[in-house]
Design a protein around this ligand. Structure first.
Ligand code: AMP
Length: 308
């Protein structure tokens, strides 16, 4: 299958039935409106007081998402959040069909966070029959996540660009957890003159250091115990850097060895790279983006730190 055919094979999927829930969430003193069509979103947008902050999500919400909502709420007169599991950013063997979907729970959390409007379109609304316009950011998308997940960033850039066009926010909030994604979006906004400020927020972690992720719900208890090996490897790298280790490959080797001791872990990549170009470093220079992707059982997790 070609890349486009692979992505298209995902472009049919369950569309959450939200009409009655929209009604539910419109009741009460502080109404949060839930809209599922682009036309309705544009109408709602016209009524919003600016500046408008925007948080894009795929649902399965957790404290990481809510930290973006909190910042958006603090910085802006209005806040829009989107919930859309974007089929175009999943490969054919990835977890699009099984991705955690719990709209009532997500809506309750967003309402609690003070969101004004939730945009929750169906797949057909975002990718109508015959859809063929894609946003391709070259260079930085070819490494790390892009190398492991061909077509992923084209799906991400396309949907984020569409969401920006539909919602027209002043400021958009993304998480450092997906460092390469934040880089790709900042580059897209800069180079396509989107005129939106992009704010990148720190990674929110569980008490044992595991980066919060919607995919953490896939982990069984044994895997959950193994999962903090990602952040332990990052901590080791940070420590080595702090002690003055300059040999990037030596650090990568130590990280791989630490992860290798965890029987449930399978390394996809371990990287020490320049944070803007994502070029791998031979000699560590600050700032360095230390990132990794590791499968714990069947669940692929990513995490990173920046060494300043
Ligand atoms: P997702 O729903 O996975 O597409 O994520 C939506 C947004 O939340 C993205 O900008 C992510 O980078 C951000 N995000 C996800 N997990 C975390 C986390 N643990 N801490 C901070 N931001 C996060």
């Amino acid at each position: 299958m070609t890349e486009t055919a692979e992505m298209k094979s995902n472009l049919t999927g369950p569309s959450p039935a939200i009409a009655e829930r929209a009604f539910l969430f419109e009741r009460g003193k502080y109404a949060m409106r839930v809209v599922e069509t682009i036309v309705a979103m544009r109408q709602e947008r016209k009524r919003l007081k600016g500046p408008v902050g925007f948080v894009a999500t795929m649902g399965g919400l957790h404290a990481g998402h809510m930290s973006l909502v909190r910042q958006a709420r603090a910085d802006n007169a209005s806040v829009v959040a989107s919930i859309f599991v974007n089929p175009a950013q999943f490969g054919p063997t990835e977890d699009f069909k099984n991705y955690p979907r719990d709209l009532p729970r997500d809506l309750a959390m967003l309402k609690e966070g003070g969101v004004d409007i939730v945009f929750a379109p169906s797949v057909a609304e975002m990718y109508p029959e015959g859809f063929s316009s894609w946003v391709d950011i070259e260079g930085v998308t070819e490494r790390l996540e892009g190398a492991s997940r061909p077509g992923h960033f084209r799906g991400v850039a396309t949907v984020v660009n569409k969401l920006f066009n539909i919602i027209q926010p002043d400021v958009a909030y993304f998480g450092q957890k997906d460092a390469q994604q934040a880089l790709v979006i900042k580059k897209m906004v800069r180079e396509l003159n989107t005129g939106i400020e992009v704010v990148v927020m720190p990674t929110v972690r569980e008490a044992d250091g595991l980066a919060m992720s919607s995919r953490n719900v896939y982990l069984n208890p044994e895997e959950r115990k193994a999962a903090p090996v990602l952040c332990r490897a990052l901590c080791l790298a940070e420590e080595l850097c702090k002690k003055g280790e300059k040999d990037a490959e030596k650090i990568r080797r130590r990280m791989r060895a630490l992860i290798g001791k965890e029987p449930l872990a399978n390394i996809d990549y371990v990287s020490i790279a320049e944070p803007e170009t994502l070029m791998e470093m031979d000699a560590v220079r600050a700032p360095a983006l230390i990132s990794l992707a590791v499968k714990i059982g069947r669940t692929r997790l990513i995490d990173n730190v920046v060494v300043e």
